[in-house]
Design a binder for this molecule. Structure first.
Ligand SMILES: Cc1cc2nc3c(=O)[nH]c(=O)nc-3n(C[C@H](O)[C@H](O)[C@H](O)COP(=O)(O)OP(=O)(O)OC[C@H]3O[C@@H](n4cnc5c(N)ncnc54)[C@H](O)[C@@H]3O)c2cc1C
Ligand SMILES: *[C@@H]1O[C@H](CO)[C@@H](O)[C@H](O)[C@H]1NC(C)=O
Ligand SMILES: *[C@@H]1O[C@H](CO)[C@@H](O)[C@H](O)[C@H]1NC(C)=O
Ligand SMILES: *[C@@H]1O[C@H](CO)[C@@H](O)[C@H](O)[C@H]1NC(C)=O
Ligand SMILES: *[C@@H]1O[C@H](CO)[C@@H](O)[C@H](O)[C@H]1NC(C)=O
Ligand SMILES: *[C@@H]1O[C@H](CO)[C@@H](O)[C@H](O)[C@H]1NC(C)=O
Ligand SMILES: *[C@@H]1O[C@H](CO)[C@@H](O)[C@H](O)[C@H]1NC(C)=O
Length: 614
């Protein structure tokens, strides 16, 4: 049964707040005037995955008022959002951001209530324990025990999760589960689909990739070791026809009519955070927002905090528009520096994907979503060449860091060398998966493998620009920021993509999988010959790869000297009351899809903010 949400704004009587008499409203509104001039305890910028989660937790305390502002609409009742079988149909519509990169290819994002969680593939995976522990190592030693590690985050990831273990029918098709790896009482519904594929393609893929690489098959990869091939669940709701469980469906819909202290304003984009005080530290007092470039601008005020949750591309853009960023960059745009913080928008890490497809002679027996993934480590991807590749990594870190620093992608060579040492240790020594091979029934051919480099060494930038042709015009918040992901700038990134591509092709040719296929169609040996050299592979990859749309790192949780933007309390350096809570804060990529981890970060952030209320 699908519960229809109440979309209308519930206007409440006048309420006394502090010394000011204000009109307070709740529910979901789309007119900027509904929040205009009002003061809230918290303003959360971005009603995406993390922002909706944080807003909901803060609004649990009825004496706290919360304003959540979302640039996109409220599209919870649109099948493009709730119907998981329509995955991909929202791309290219007004429900999605499409940030053009230097490659000409776009990074996608959700531009609707729920953000990415409303349009993503709903794949539910977590990274390797050591990758979460690595976060603590990039913080000030005084913050080493602040819970930014696997133990701390696993608890919060499980708090977000309402997992339903596979039933007999799903187990017969391969699904497995370890109870202690999941939370069962959280809002985000996670389970295997009723229409799970029961054909031979998923088990045969597991057998083939095990045979090729020696990778283990695990029952459940969500407990801190995903270096295996495994069936994985989705963020869908079995109580509700397997509809998508977005952050909005999970955290807002169930309480929408009860939380008279929480207003969600959609169709409005925040254009600036307003500061007082200074020089530093500065205090945010509110935000400006408007519906579109030419529309009337409004201001809402924050009594306690402004929480920026606009995602890894728009969050650094908003900070820069508000004067927080590299003072030299902002000065050139005519923006007064509020905090000189050159890490804002640097350290971008986005992944690259190549697609493989083959014809089939099998009955898929189900409609999915697809739910098996292989996560090989460096030895399993490179086989006999792995030691040489590890050697190259160890001996190249300094020159790669120098190159990235010269490109302006990080704050300094020495900072990146320190970060690289952590990343390299995990890859060469920690058995972390370096590649994802996502088996896709029915796409791009009867069977597909989407394969990507999970842990790129290339670093990129997000920077606001002068808009249009008027050289004197300063940045327009509605002009998308320039995104330079520097795809494949570090040669290792292409080396991995080539090796993963060869492995994907070989997987199709390996029994028992090859017995149910009729041969590779994408790209096909007509396009990339069976005897292709690495140079030929490189050239095909360069023209045909796609961004994975998992950007992170642009307002990183790290020491300031490393290019970090937020401290262990997720507070922006030299501000008293601005936090970032979204994918921007992840300092390093993880060997997983991001959502399960980001819910954990948002849940932890909510507790940090509540603890500061006293
Ligand atoms: C196509 C695609 C497929 C994916 N597939 C998966 C998957 O299968 N599994 C998985 O785990 N992860 C997946 N992801 C990744 C995951 O969905 C994202 O990493 C996650 O949503 C990021 O969360 P966030 O809170 O950082 O940002 P978002 O969820 O993107 O939220 C940011 C929100 O802020 C809004 N916003 C931006 N700027 C402003 C502003 N100035 N004012 C007001 N609002 C603003 C945006 O419209 C958006 O709603 C996918 C992502 C994409 C794009
Ligand atoms: C709610 O917030 C008030 C401050 O306004 C605080 O005194 C109270 O302890 C909070 N309640 C809970 C349950 O945290
Ligand atoms: C999304 O919702 C908004 C209202 O919030 C509406 O204007 C818009 O048309 C919707 N978009 C789609 C694609 O349904
Ligand atoms: C499809 O799957 C169901 C359940 O696993 C099984 O009973 C049935 O035999 C399968 N059908 C085919 C054609 O393989
Ligand atoms: C792979 O399959 C071949 C042929 O069936 C077999 O000889 C070999 O032992 C298998 N290797 C592994 C690692 O399973
Ligand atoms: C690899 O692990 C060993 C043993 O744990 C350790 O001594 C060494 O420093 C590690 N090397 C790297 C590059 O992390
Ligand atoms: C600014 O932040 C840094 C930490 O990044 C801190 O050491 C310094 O004291 C702050 N300056 C002021 C004036 O608060």
């Amino acid at each position: 049964m699908k519960t229809l949400s109440l979309l209308s704004t519930i206007a409440l009587p006048l309420a006394v707040s502090g010394n000011t008499l204000v009109k307070r409203s709740s529910g979901v509104a789309s007119s900027g005037s509904d929040a205009s001039g009002q003061t809230f305890d918290y303003i959360v910028v971005g009603g995406g995955l993390a922002g909706t989660t944080v807003a909901a937790r803060l609004a649990e305390n009825a004496s706290m008022t919360v304003l959540l502002i979302e640039a996109g609409g409220d599209n919870r009742t649109s099948p493009l959002v709730y119907d998981i079988y329509k995955y991909g149909q929202a791309f290219g519509t007004s429900l999605c951001w499409n940030w053009r990169t230097e490659s000409g290819k776009g990074i996608l994002g959700g531009k609707t209530l729920g953000g990415g969680s409303s349009i993503n593939g709903a794949t539910w995976t977590r990274g390797m324990k050591a990758q979460y522990d690595a976060m603590a190592s990039l913080l000030d030693p005084a913050d080493a025990n602040s819970g930014w590690d696997w133990n701390g985050l696993f608890t919060y990831m499980k708090k977000a999760e309402g997992y339903s273990a596979p039933n007999t029918q799903q187990k017969a098709k391969g699904a497995g589960s370890v109870a202690s790896y999941h939370g069962t009482a959280g809002p985000v519904q996670v389970t295997f689909p009723d229409a799970m594929y029961g054909g031979p393609q998923q088990p045969d893929f597991a057998t083939a990739i095990r045979n090729l690489t020696g990778i283990a098959q695990c029952t459940d990869l969500n407990g801190g070791n995903p270096n295996c091939v495994a069936y994985i669940p989705n963020s869908i709701n079995w109580h509700d026809n397997d509809h998508r469980s977005s952050s909005a469906a999970a955290y807002l819909t169930p309480v929408e009519s009860q939380r008279t202290n929480w207003l969600t304003l959609v169709n409005n984009q925040v254009t600036k955070i307003i500061f007082s005080g200074g020089p530093v530290p500065v205090t945010a007092t509110g935000v400006s927002y408007r519906a579109s470039s030419g529309a009337a601008s409004y201001t809402a005020f924050a009594r306690r905090e402004v929480i920026v949750a606009s995602g890894a591309i728009q969050t650094p853009a908003l900070l820069q528009l508000s004067g927080i960023g590299d003072a030299a960059h902002l000065g050139a745009l005519g923006i007064d520096s509020v905090v000189d913080l050159p890490g804002v928008g640097r350290n971008l890490q986005e992944q690259t994907m190549s697609q493989f497809g083959a014809g089939g002679r099998f009955d898929p027996n189900g409609s999915g979503p697809s739910d098996i993934i292989a996560y090989p480590n460096i030895d399993q991807v490179f086989g006999g060449q792995a030691n040489a590749v590890k050697q190259t990594i160890s001996s190249s870190l300094g020159s790669w860091a120098g190159m990235m620093a010269s490109a302006g992608s990080v704050v300094s060579r020495s900072a990146l060398e320190e970060i690289y040492a952590v990343q390299a240790g995990l890859i060469t020594n920690g058995s972390v998966p370096v590649v994802e091979m996502f088996l896709s029934t029915g796409y791009p051919n009867a069977l597909g493998i989407q394969t990507w480099n999970l842990l790129p060494f290339s670093r990129g930038t997000v920077s606001i620009t002068k808009c249009g042709i008027m050289a004197t015009q300063s940045a327009d918040p509605f002009t998308p920021p320039a995104v330079n992901a520097n795809f494949f700038k570090v040669s290792y990134d292409m080396q991995v993509q080539v090796a993963a591509s060869k492995l994907s092709r070989k997987t199709f040719q390996t029994t028992p999988l090859s017995n149910i296929l009729t041969g590779e169609q994408t790209p096909g040996t007509g396009t990339v010959p069976a005897s292709a050299t690495d140079t030929q592979w490189t050239s095909w990859i360069q023209s045909n790869f796609l961004p994975v749309s998992h950007p992170i790192g642009t307002a990183a949780l790290m020491r300031r000297e490393l290019g970090g933007v937020v401290d262990a309390q997720l507070r922006v350096y030299n501000t008293t009351d601005v936090r970032v809570v979204d994918a921007s804060v992840l300092p390093l990529q993880i060997s997983a899809h991001l959502s399960a981890t980001l819910y954990g970060i948002a849940e932890k952030a909510a507790d940090i903010i509540k603890a500061a209320q006293a």
